[in-house]
Design a protein around this ligand. Structure first.
Ligand code: NAP
Length: 278
């Protein structure tokens, strides 16, 4: 099966946080394939003739997307349109990784695959437009929505979990306690996606580690895993002046086989396996 996946799957944006766990397929970085360039997408797909495109390439810095929406839509929306169009031309399936940020949090309860998206920042909107392109252009697609993502270890992790781990060396840190979400460990996500590709899964799936938490809960869990003596102080989100607005409820559940092991277990494995052993 390993050999089969290697020759038939092409991976875009393959050396980021999620891509670092992908051990199959033809892995291309931005220099080998810029998804914003439709001619390049066409010619690369012609050359490799993949049966499946695992589309990871994206601008994932939510605040950068807010500051530079043109760039966000060019990468996340137009880039995904280009990938879907070329995939259709050569008869390939697209597996597109989307995000809980397509929802605005107003529901106040966990979002399911059949809830209608309504993003409230440019990152969420640009990813949702990517979803619409995939759904409209292709018959054979899988959209996998991930929650707050962590993974990649010290080399690839630039997101909130890495920031908390680094800050836990200080005497005290502040962590937001008024916004809640589902976590997705990128390593668990990739093994889930591998199974989905092998089983030719279609449609929309929410893929997250079970349970929900605030950034404050996450900090407490990391403190436990690292044995840090740092004091963790809960604060409101207004304490950090971020460019993009965030919803109060980024919690997802799945009706479609996307749930993975509890977030505490996944986070513990990540911190102990990829940070402490460095
Ligand atoms: N990270 C999260 O919190 C999160 C949460 C939910 C869903 N997702 C989704 O999961 C997928 C994978 O994200 P990730 O966490 O692995 O993010 P990441 O670490 O930021 O990796 C994304 C990769 O895409 C590449 N890229 C950016 N623009 C490109 C372009 N025009 N053409 C080709 N490659 C390009 C980046 O390359 P450069 O290094 O050259 O910029 C980077 O290597 C994305 O679709 C993302 O939207 C992420």
């Amino acid at each position: 099966m390993e050999e089969k996946l290697s020759s038939k799957v092409l991976v875009t944006g393959a050396f980021g946080m999620v891509g670092s766990y992908v051990d199959f397929g033809i892995k291309l970085d931005r220099r080998a394939l810029d998804v914003a360039d439709p001619k390049e997408v066409d010619s690369v797909f012609d050359r490799y003739q993949p049966k499946v495109v695992l589309h990871l390439a994206a601008e994932t810095d939510v605040d950068r997307c807010e500051r530079d929406p043109e760039y966000a839509y060019m990468t996340n929306s137009i880039g995904t349109f280009n990938v879907a169009s070329s995939a259709r031309r050569i008869g390939a399936k697209v597996v597109y990784i989307s995000t809980v940020y397509v929802f605005d949090g107003v529901k106040g309860k966990p979002y399911l695959e059949n809830d209608r998206p309504s993003p409230n920042n440019h990152y969420g909107r640009s990813k949702y437009l990517g979803e619409l392109a995939v759904r409209d252009i292709l018959d054979d697609y899988l959209i996998v929505r991930a929650g707050w993502m962590f993974g990649g270890g010290p080399k690839k992790d630039q997101k909130f979990v890495a920031k908390i781990i680094k800050q836990l060396q200080k005497d005290e840190i502040k962590a937001v306690n008024d916004k809640f979400g589902s976590l997705t460990y990128a390593k668990d996500l990739v093994s889930k996606i591998k199974g989905f590709i092998e089983n030719d899964k279609k449609g929309i799936v929410h893929a997250m580690n079970e349970g929900s938490c605030s950034r404050y809960d996450i900090a407490l869990e990391i403190k436990k895993a690292t044995g840090s003596e740092s004091k963790i102080i809960p604060v409101d989100s207004s304490y950090f002046n971020l460019d993009a607005s965030r919803s109060n409820c980024d919690i997802m559940e799945s009706l479609n086989g996307g749930a993975m092991r509890p977030w505490q277990e996944a986070l513990d494995d990540y911190v102990k396996g990829e940070w402490i052993k460095q």
